[in-house]
Design a protein around this ligand. Structure first.
Ligand code: WTA
Length: 651
């Protein structure tokens, strides 16, 4: 940028480089064969004949002809060398903990797989819905599903019963695995209650609900339904010592569904394949997260999101490392909890979000200073990180020694696409990095022309990669319209004519680094959680008094973004705090507490284009106290000023 001095870049240390898995940046010499480097990290029951089948874009096939099992790759193959090594460290909120050795994980996963296969008659390719919090039950259940070839669909534990029901219906999944409850800030949350409601709300007939006990005894607050509800631990008692052969899955067979928010409509089920996905997360765990089997690795995400699937469960376990999971809140019982855990388990690698980093820095360095930890590598993921937050993290947590790796990716991409190679690339606070091996990215303007360095535009990925979603479950058309239509020649069957659009705004820096600026579409990023404005609007219009609503993001110092709701009420209805309460409740019921509106404004009208489309961008400009962007397509130019008055009145 003219007038701005070149931002200083930071080199990784020699000490880090010497121990790194990948000493130098890896370039793809031979696309798509370079991805065999990742696939070779796995054990295949049958080798692939072809790396990529691109005959029917954008429905690509990876490692075609190969067969493998994800559970085998994450467990069995490690037993010979390290059966006694801890696979999973679980820390409960109250301080109790479990260390699950690879041998234990093998035993537990096999026994549960036997339950699923024999007691529930689950067949290959039957989708199983999971609604589990951060308990060891979650990775064990995922791996047991993978073992028998039943795709799992985990719904984040913080989501509402309604959200679970919708996903079960969409996936035609009639088995739900949940738990009695868990602890959050010292309080027991009755999680089973939500399962009951979900079963009631779902259109599909739910045959069985499996309930993991959090403690030795089922929590006394929890009711069981005869004939439908089964306690997992009781079923496991009859399966002691049972072994289940891992089912050889075709490389393209479905491993799991992960629902995520889109621009419009209901959440979409991103479909991830077995071979390409597992190869991609193992490869990036090795190259980018620099995971070694002897490391203790803690990714602070929730397994209910893609980050947890890829970088708590599948990637780390495929490499045979020790992965840490924590049940509770980072400030419970005090703000030093994160660093206490880091010290207790001598954690080597920490992976967290900019929201968490901003929060830690607000709490102050006196908390980390009280603990003795020594990180080798630090990760940040999920949202753009500001330079100050980056630097605070690097200095106070990394002690100016551990490289900070800023990884850009999405639920749809399966794994990291744009970042730095920790041992070789210079770090540039706030700018994630460059496309990694085999990832072909570009930045386009509105017309689909590549922009010049120094300018900003829309990031696109121009060649397929193995971690990418296969499609949206049951909706190939939506897959194309959501991700490809804008910049592709959809009539073509040449891979070159198909371009994937993540819908992120980015500035391409002079040195080729990508600086991510945020989402372009109607999706918000609230504390690293992805929420669609459309979903929120649907939840709010459930309230009978509401005629219409627009939801738009407001910038927030800690959470990055928060949702503001601009509500138009039906005639003869007045806005009140009670009504605000009702709207908030509706959002909690339809989606979950994380989606609660930050402000609710009762307005006369919302800005719309002449064709009737809500211009959320203008609402964002207003709440962020910025000048209004382009208003030439606005139907009623008075509306933004009317809204500005309302917004000002609360500030
Ligand atoms: C955003 C989370 C800036 C981005 C893995 C993307 C980021 C969305 C970064 C996907 C990053 C993710 N810097 N922005 N390092 N990582 N994002 O699907 O807008 O929950 O499109 O996947 O998060 O969110 P999702």
């Amino acid at each position: 940028m003219a007038g701005k001095k070149e931002q200083q870049k930071i080199k990784p240390t020699q000490e880090f480089k010497e121990q790194a898995n990948t000493k130098d940046r890896v370039e793809c010499q031979n696309y798509p064969q370079c991805f065999e480097r990742y696939a070779n990290l796995l054990d295949w029951k049958e080798n692939w004949d072809k790396v990529l089948d691109a005959t029917n874009p954008p429905f690509y096939k990876w490692f075609v002809g190969g067969k493998l099992n994800a559970s085998y790759n994450c467990i069995d193959r490690h037993l010979e060398e390290r059966k006694d090594q801890t696979a999973i460290i679980w820390e409960g909120e109250k301080g109790e903990n479990q260390r699950i050795a690879y041998q234990d994980l093998y035993r537990k996963t096999n026994e549960l797989a036997a339950v699923l296969r024999d007691e529930l008659d689950i067949e290959e390719d039957e989708v199983i819905t999971l609604h589990l919090p951060m308990l060891p039950a979650l990775p064990i259940t995922m791996l047991a599903c993978a073992r028998i070839g039943a795709p799992h669909s985990e719904v984040f534990a913080g989501f509402s019963a309604k959200a679970v029901a919708e996903r079960m219906d969409d996936a035609k999944s009639n088995i739900l695995i949940t738990c009695d409850g868990y602890y959050r800030r010292g309080k027991f949350l009755n999680h089973k209650e939500k399962a009951d409601k979900a079963v009631e709300e779902a259109d599909i007939d739910v045959d069985k609900v499996l309930i993991w006990k959090r403690n030795d005894e089922i929590h006394p607050e929890v009711d069981l339904k005869e004939d439908r509800d089964l306690i997992v631990q009781d079923l496991l008692d009859n399966k002691k010592g049972e072994r289940v052969e891992p089912v050889p899955r075709n490389s393209e067979d479905l491993l799991f569904l992960m629902y995520t928010s889109g621009t419009t409509g209901k959440p979409k089920g991103c479909q991830h394949r077995t071979g390409g996905y597992l190869a991609y997360v193992a490869g990036t765990s090795r190259d980018i997260h620099d995971i070694h089997p002897e490391d203790t690795y803690w990714c602070m995400a929730d397994i209910g999101w893609i980050t947890g699937h890829s970088y708590i469960v599948y990637g780390p376990l495929a490499l045979g490392t020790t992965t840490v999971m924590y049940e509770g809140a980072p400030d419970y019982p005090n703000k030093g909890r994160t660093w206490e855990i880091a010290e207790k388990y001598d954690i080597d690698t920490l992976n967290t979000s900019p929201t968490a980093i901003r929060m830690f820095s607000k709490w102050g360095k006196e908390y980390p200073e009280q603990y003795d930890f020594d990180f080798k590598l630090l990760g940040t993921v999920g949202e753009p990180i500001q330079e100050e937050a980056w630097e605070w993290y690097y200095k106070n947590i990394g002690k100016r020694k551990a490289p900070v790796v800023d990884k850009w990716w999405q639920t749809e991409t399966g794994g990291n696409l744009i970042t730095t190679y920790p041992a070789s690339d210079e770090m540039k606070p706030g700018a994630a990095g460059k496309p990694i091996m085999g990832i072909e990215a570009a930045v386009y303007d509105e017309e689909g022309k590549e922009i010049d360095p120094g300018e900003q535009g829309s990031i696109v990925i121009t060649k397929p990669w193995p971690g990418m979603l296969q499609t949206i479950y049951g909706n190939d058309e939506r897959f194309i319209s959501e991700y490809w239509e804008n910049y592709s020649d959809t009539e073509s069957d040449e891979m070159e004519d198909w371009v994937y659009e993540p819908e992120d705004e980015v500035r391409l820096e002079e040195d080729g680094y990508y600086r991510f600026l945020g989402r372009k579409d109607e999706v918000m990023n609230v504390a690293g959680h992805r929420l669609g404005t459309g979903e929120l609007e649907d939840a709010i219009t459930e309230v009978p008094e509401v005629a219409e609503v627009a939801v738009a993001a407001r910038k927030h110092a800690e959470k990055g973004e928060v949702p503001d709701a601009y509500v138009i009420l039906k005639q003869d209805t007045d806005g009140s705090d009670e009504l605000r309460e009702k709207i908030t409740k509706s959002v909690e019921t339809e989606i979950g507490p994380i989606a609660r509106p930050y402000n609710i404004f009762f307005v006369e009208d919302v800005p719309k284009t002449r064709s009737g489309k809500i211009m959320r961008r203008l609402l964002e400009d207003i709440s962020n106290q910025e000048p209004l962007g382009d208003i030439t397509t606005l139907k009623d130019p008075e509306v933004p000023e009317q809204i500005r008055e309302k917004v000002r009145s609360i500030e």
